[in-house]
Design a protein around this ligand. Structure first.
Ligand code: DGL
Length: 274
């Protein structure tokens, strides 16, 4: 049975678990329903229309499970679908529901991490080509230079469970090298895809010493905490009975294996057809 009035956490696959982990640590009392659309992942190379359609389907499914609030724990979906969902779908069909993304809360603070004011942003092709990060970061930090690098092989490596094996090294080194080649002044790298923290042990191997790596989990968790304080009308709809449930559109056994290792607890997910 689904937890009632839960916060919905959505990602194309496993990546959102990196955000879920931080949110659940920071806000342990709430109920959560996680949905990974592993069957249709990666989203990174899909068109705007496809990412919007898939994301909306998943958000609507989470609404049907009783979630008043859904977090798009996916940069690609936040870049390509969030605006349409917030401006078109919610007002028309779900005026009492809310959907939040991960790009804006990250852009609001990322400039504070850099001394040199040169920030590297690593993301999927969809996120990078959308230019969402340079645009949003410049709102808050006009003097920061943003250098972007798409890493199209990283999500497939993670979704296929190859990310910590030797084969991943080639693509990790290659994308770090290509990013650092853009500017030697980069002192901060944002992992602008929620899957990438799963690759951190490898990424750190190839990272120049002076460069700091920033993942989004804690940033998004802090921003959600702040949001709930500022929006009692939404917070009041959420139940706090500490229940969690995980759904995947992919293979349950694969999801359980990855999720259990990453979350360091036994996960038994359920399969859905979207
Ligand atoms: N976790 C998603 C993100 O943050 C990965 C996208 C994909 O499926 O390619 O962008």
């Amino acid at each position: 049975m689904n937890p009632q009035n839960a916060i919905g956490i959505f990602d194309s696959g496993f990546g959102g678990l990196t955000v879920f982990k931080s949110i659940a640590q920071k806000l342990p009392d709430y109920n959560y329903i996680y949905l990974g659309d592993n069957a249709r992942s990666p989203y990174g190379d899909h068109s705007f229309e496809t990412v919007y359609q898939y994301t909306l389907e998943c958000v609507e499914w989470l609404f049907q499970q009783g979630c008043p609030l859904v977090i798009l724990a996916c940069n690609t979906a936040s870049a390509k679908a969030l605006r349409n969902i917030q401006q078109l779908d919610l007002p028309k069909k779900y005026p009492n529901h809310r959907v939040l993304g991960v790009i804006r809360p990250t852009a609001e603070v990322i400039g504070n991490f850099s001394q040199s004011k040169h920030i590297g942003v690593m993301g999927t092709r969809g996120t990078v080509n959308s230019n969402s990060y340079p645009i949003e970061i410049h709102h808050f930090f006009p003097s920061v230079e943003v250098h972007q690098q798409s890493c199209p092989m990283w999500v497939p490596l993670i979704e296929n469970g190859e990310h910590l094996h030797a084969g991943a090294d080639y693509f990790v080194e290659q994308y770090i090298h290509q990013l650092m080649h853009q500017s030697a002044d980069i002192d901060t790298i944002l992992l602008a895809c929620t899957h990438y923290p799963l690759l951190v042990p490898k990424i750190e191997t190839y990272l120049p010493e002076k460069v700091r790596l920033i993942a989004q989990g804690d940033i998004v968790a802090n921003s959600l905490t702040d949001y709930l304080q500022r929006h009692p009308e939404i917070e009041g709809k959420l139940a706090k009975t500490r229940q969690r449930i995980f759904y995947t559109s992919g293979e349950v056994s694969v999801f359980d294996q990855h999720a259990s290792v990453f979350l360091e607890e036994e996960i038994s997910s359920l399969k859905i057809k979207i």
